[in-house]
Design a protein around this ligand. Structure first.
Ligand SMILES: Nc1ncnc2c1ncn2[C@@H]1O[C@H](COP(=O)(O)OP(=O)(O)OP(=O)(O)O)[C@@H](O)[C@H]1O
Ligand SMILES: [Mg+2]
Length: 295
């Protein structure tokens, strides 16, 4: 069988940030957010990146999206080097790779209607048939077509994330980068959005890079998991291996913390939280008290 195509090939990636000076005499040394990371993502893989807050997950993801220039090292996308390229040399990447962020309210312009928000990337590419495509995308993310004429503030958090996902899928990307896409959502809605993402990844044959704090969430969505700590990948393997036989003490602590934290915070284990949720995404508004009134 042919080897799957290598989508991302990251070598010795380092990303440092300048720190504000705290003394007149001495410079504050730069902060190393990503510290010599090597990784490969192949076509169709669902690659999870997990680690505690500040471990460098978002910075690494931003390097994959070419939203952040690395200090050194190489990020190859389908064989093409991204590091050091200017924005106008990255058009090929912007078409093929889309990002979903944690906070849909911050990533959606509140002055634009849903139709304009979803169509914007298509208009930028001078695509035709945008009206039909917006309807198709609203169907795909489980929102009524009537949503198109409304504004982001008229939706619940989960619905806004559905809009952000529809926008990301508009240009038919082959790679989706998701940075904590459910962390800002109410716990009752998280499983629905995770299931939606999973369905869409399968349906559109997407390659997924998925960042989260929570190993239970990553395990639910991903087939491969890398564990990040203070800018380095400390462990890497199949989601099953990482969850059931973690090798690195940090991963072991992360695995041990999952059910305890879940129980403490939500009174539920990850499996009970994610079990029995219909895989067919349904609009979460119906179950939410803050459902906006249709306009
Ligand atoms: N633009 C920036 N300027 C300066 N420091 C930054 C910048 N972006 C990130 N950092 C720092 O780099 C480190 C890694 O940040 P990053 O956001 O990548 O972590 P993270 O793993 O995504 O954390 P979280 O889980 O809280 O989102 C942090 O110490 C952060 O303060
Ligand atoms: Mg982050």
């Amino acid at each position: 069988m042919a080897e799957p195509e290598v989508i991302y090939d990251v070598r010795d990636l380092v990303c440092r940030f300048r720190q504000p000076r705290t003394s007149l005499r001495h410079r504050t040394p730069p902060l190393t957010a990503v510290d010599g990371v090597d990784l490969q993502v192949t076509a169709g893989q669902r690659f999870g990146l997990v680690g505690e807050s500040g471990s460098g997950k978002s910075t690494l993801l931003r390097c994959l999206a070419a939203l952040q220039q690395p200090t050194s090292g190489s990020v190859r996308f389908r064989g093409q080097e991204l590091a050091g390229r200017r924005d106008r040399q990255l058009r090929f990447l912007r078409r093929d790779v889309q990002v979903v962020f944690q906070d849909p309210m911050a990533s959606l312009d509140p002055r634009m209607r849903v139709r304009e928000l979803i169509a914007e990337p298509l208009v930028a590419q001078r695509a035709s048939g945008t009206h039909e495509r917006v309807d198709e995308l609203l169907d795909a993310v489980g929102l009524p077509r009537g949503s198109a004429s409304r504004y982001p503030h008229q939706f619940s958090g989960g619905q806004r994330q559905r809009i952000a996902i529809a926008r990301a899928l508009a240009v038919r990307p082959s790679v989706l980068l998701a940075d904590e896409p459910v962390s800002a959502l109410d716990v009752s809605v998280r499983a629905q959005i995770l299931n939606l993402l999973q369905d869409l990844v399968e349906r559109f044959h997407l390659t997924l890079v998925f960042v989260a704090h929570d190993l239970a969430v990553v395990r639910h969505v991903c087939d491969t998991v890398a564990v990040m700590r203070t800018g380095q990948l400390v462990e890497h393997g199949s989601a099953e291996e990482i969850a059931t036989a973690p090798q690195h003490p940090y991963t072991q602590a992360l695995v041990a913390a999952v059910p305890t934290l879940r129980r403490a915070l939500h009174g539920a284990t990850p499996s009970s939280l994610l079990r029995d949720v219909p895989s067919e995404a349904t609009p979460d508004a119906a179950a939410r008290p803050d459902r906006p009134e249709p306009s």
